[in-house]
Design a protein around this ligand. Structure first.
Ligand code: GRF
Length: 195
């Protein structure tokens, strides 16, 4: 069966992208990354993609007058790459409902908390501020409500230690992210190809 053609959207270092790239090396993995798109020029993740022989694209949001215009260009670019599915992997831009509707059930994201707890960009900080004893990560479908779409997979609980900082906690959660994201894409790709 043909592999699901995936575009991965990034903004930064791309360690989750790397985990997906590694998973895709398995000939039985049901997805392949055909494009990596960054909204930030020079993002470290672009190098990872190039090293793996994956086509990279930079689409800088700064160069667009509005969010809508950026998202229209992003949509067109993804269509041109031939991707049929999108993974957000540290893509630090909110997508407009117009964009999300066009890719309904075909965009997934990884978030560093056990959703529905601690949505938003400061999850680790919020976990620490709340005094939670455990956290983790979640892969979910992207819907117009941020970090609220149907959950595909969550990690086992990750302990929060009394002396944790955002840095130490994020490192511990990141290890789980690198296992959970490839597994979630595997599940999703199998499901998608059956439809
Ligand atoms: C990860 O913690 C992910 O959960 C969040 O952004 C971070 C991206 O890290 N959405 P990386 O670029 O994949 O290393």
């Amino acid at each position: 069966m043909a592999k699901l053609k995936v575009a991965v959207l990034i903004s930064g270092r791309g360690t989750n992208l790397q985990a997906l790239i590694n998973a895709c090396k398995d000939k039985d993995y049901p997805a392949e990354i055909i494009a990596v798109i960054s909204n930030v020029a020079g993002a470290k993740g672009l190098e990872r993609a190039e090293k793996a022989g994956i086509k990279t694209y930079v689409l800088e949001h700064k160069k667009f007058a509005s969010r809508d215009e950026f998202d229209l260009a992003l949509h067109d670019l993804i269509v041109v790459t031939g991707a049929e599915f999108i993974c957000l992997a540290g893509f630090m831009r909110l997508l407009t409902p117009g964009f999300i509707n066009k890719w309904e059930n075909r965009i997934i994201n990884i978030h560093p908390s056990l959703l529905p707890k601690h949505k938003g960009a400061n999850a680790h900080h919020d976990v620490l501020a709340a005094g939670d004893k455990e956290t983790g990560c979640t892969v979910h479908y992207v819907t117009a409500d941020m970090d609220s779409g149907p959950i595909i997979l969550q990690s086992d609980p990750v302990p929060v230690l009394s002396d944790d900082t955002v840095e130490t906690l994020s490192e511990r959660v990141l290890e789980q992210e690198h296992m959970v994201y490839p597994e979630a894409l595997r599940i999703t790709a199998h499901k998608y190809r059956r439809h």
